[in-house]
Design a protein around this ligand. Structure first.
Ligand code: DGL
Length: 266
């Protein structure tokens, strides 16, 4: 019998921004993280493909003892959350959504920016949020796949990356956005650069702490967590992921290679 744990997935290192908050809030709950770097980026992929990938990963997470699953990826949440909840009705599945509500509620300028991937921006969940919370404010949605690559490469401080980040932010900053919702879990790792370009008057919203609180709420109330090491897998390069794990969230751990190829062939 596997130790009950929190299973977390993302296409890459982005979900570590959510994992970091889960570890802060629930330090005694074992976690299992799967990064699907063999298929990164998810953002430009068709919905059906993302559904196939995430379905295989969630099956692994549950098989390995996850009693709560976190889709720590806005793109995968937009493309597959509904399907996953139908497919695995007995396991609570927590997903991400763009933090448009707090941005719209707190803006003073009446303009908010949202940074995301294409799948998230075009997906039904975001369109629903826009019609609920985007009517009285101006929302500038910026699709920014370059930021995913910059975060994966940990290259935010190079001059080229700074120019790219600045170009991505320019339209929302010029429009007067005073809140920027980070609607891709990779982007909190670029928060320092984003804040320094946007200026201190702009509030950057990372939804990870709220997601961690939701994980705490859905952890089965009668289940006392048993201590076990946190585990990490990638479908990409384990050594590269191990380096990022240390660099981004200060964790030194072995990283296993997980093969998701066979399951992903439909
Ligand atoms: N971390 C991701 C997200 O939250 C995905 C980036 C990607 O793979 O394109 O959307």
């Amino acid at each position: 019998m596997e130790t009950p744990k929190i299973g977390v997935m993302d296409s890459g290192i982005g979900g570590l921004s959510v994992l970091r908050e889960i570890h802060r809030l629930l330090p005694h709950h074992p976690t299992l993280y799967i990064a699907d770097q063999g298929h990164l980026p998810y953002g430009p992929r068709p919905q059906a493909e993302i559904q196939t990938f995430t379905d295989a990963i969630v099956a692994h997470l549950i098989e390995l003892g996850s009693v709560v699953v976190v889709i720590a990826c806005n793109t995968a949440s937009a493309a597959a959350l509904e399907m996953l909840r139908q497919h695995y009705p007995n396991v609570p599945i927590v997903g991400m959504e763009p933090a448009l509500k707090p941005a719209a509620e707190n803006t003073r300028s009446g303009v908010v920016g949202v940074l995301s991937t294409r799948t998230t921006a075009e997906g039904a969940p975001y369109q629903r949020l826009l019609s609920r919370f985007g009517t009285d404010v101006r929302v500038i949605t910026q699709v920014a796949p370059e930021l995913v690559q910059i975060a994966e490469a940990n290259s935010q401080h190079t001059p080229e990356s700074r120019i790219a980040i600045e170009a991505i932010l320019r339209p929302m900053l010029d429009a007067g956005a005073d809140h920027i919702a980070l609607a891709c879990t990779h982007f909190p790792f670029l928060a320092e650069s984003i804040q320094s370009i946007a200026g201190a008057g702009v509030q950057i919203i990372d939804p990870a702490p709220a997601v961690a609180r939701q994980v705490a709420r859905v952890w089965p109330a009668d289940l006392i967590p048993k201590s076990a090491p946190n585990t990490y897998f990638t479908s990409g390069n384990p050594a590269a992921f191990q380096f990022m794990l240390k660099t981004l969230i200060g964790i030194e751990a072995e990283v296993g290679r997980i093969s998701l190829q066979a399951e992903n062939q439909i």
